[in-house]
Ligand binder design. Structure first.
Ligand code: FPP
Length: 314
């Protein structure tokens, strides 16, 4: 089970090159408070003290159990897209370097990925690195790239165990060669998995995706001498990075910002948008259930769907 981090404590620390490389602790813990198990905010983030992936979706507490019991298994979204926002603020509020927020964010991503897979949601897309993110300090970008490689290396067994197929959407050619190689390997290794499709948006921009789609359509027209060719919505969808995935019917954004931030611009045309104030590293399985319940309520209000409900079993 993942361990959530207490909000009640403040920590101090300093960033050094080894901190940025992720090899050294960067926080002085108030010994008394952190002596008790579960209070160390970096527990589970350190190399040799990783949080184990949950073995099942067995609810860990009354709240999760209550929410899960309310969910209608017949009306879960077909594709959930997530803008994972607030890692930096999560860290700043704890007087930690921003990279600590990204490390904590990986744990939330893992929980959401595994939960969606076990709920049999057909597709999940996570916005991991936007084209705009290149404007961040080089040290943070380098850290994010390393974190991604670490994630791919360490989580592949969990991804496999959950029968997940990994896809990457974006412009991979601008990513560092090592990241590209890991991404290609992970995609190849999971290509035969028949369960949830997990699309990780990397060096992704919604407008760039449309530009790329239009250019590929133009290439096809030119190469085939299709002087009278016309495009329709279906054609455009087929040329997007997400070809083959259903359009997201639920877009979740954490940390309260009311923006779509150049994410899946074409695909979210009819998506229900769920914005929570919770910062991404604090986003729990219970909060995912809350988002799903909210989605199901909206569907009931506007969709004219049957009222019968099938309980979710885990
Ligand atoms: C936003 O926080 C998050 C990101 C830039 C993406 C990084 C996401 C992760 C590390 C999660 C892990 C994902 C995978 C697929 C392993 P921010 O830095 O913009 O936060 P702020 O708005 O508070 O500054």
């Amino acid at each position: 089970m993942e361990i959530r981090h207490s909000h009640a404590y403040q920590f101090s620390g300093k960033v050094t090159p080894s901190v940025l490389r992720g090899v050294m602790l960067y926080v002085n813990f108030p010994t008394l408070k952190c002596g008790r198990i579960g209070l160390n905010p970096l527990r589970g983030m350190l190399r040799n003290n990783r949080v184990k992936a949950p073995d099942s979706l067995k609810p860990s507490g009354g709240e999760e159990e209550r929410l899960l019991a309310e969910l209608d298994a017949n009306r879960l979204p077909q594709h959930i897209a997530v803008i994972m926002d607030g890692n930096g603020r999560w860290a700043q509020r704890r007087h930690l370097p921003r990279i600590a927020g990204h490390r904590a964010g990986v744990l939330s991503a893992r929980t959401v990925i595994e939960t969606c897979a076990r709920l049999k949601i057909p597709a999940l897309t996570l916005y991991a690195f936007s084209m705009e993110n290149w404007r961040r300090p080089k040290a943070e970008i380098d850290f994010l790239m390393r974190l991604l490689r670490e994630y791919l290396r360490k989580e592949l067994p969990v991804i496999h165990r959950n029968n997940i197929r990994l896809l990457v959407i974006g412009r991979p050619d601008q990513l560092p060669a090592a990241v590209r190689a890991d991404v290609v390997r992970a995609m190849e290794q999971t290509a035969e998995n028949s369960g949830m499709k997990l699309a990780v948006a990397l060096n992704y921009g919604g407008r760039a995706e449309l530009v790329d789609a239009f250019n590929r359509i133009l290439d096809r027209v030119r190469n085939n001498g299709l002087a009278n060719a016309r495009v329709d919505e279906e054609t455009i969808s087929q040329y997007l990075y997400t070809a083959g995935l259903p359009d997201p019917d639920l877009l979740i954004r954490t940390s309260g910002e009311m923006r779509v931030s150049n994410f899946l611009l074409w695909q979210i045309a009819y998506a229900e948008i769920y914005v929570t104030e919770t910062l991404w590293p604090d986003f729990t399985r219970a909060q995912l259930y809350e988002a799903l319940l909210d989605f199901q309520k909206r569907e009931r209000r506007y969709g004219g769907l049957a009222e019968t409900r099938q309980r979710v079993t885990v």
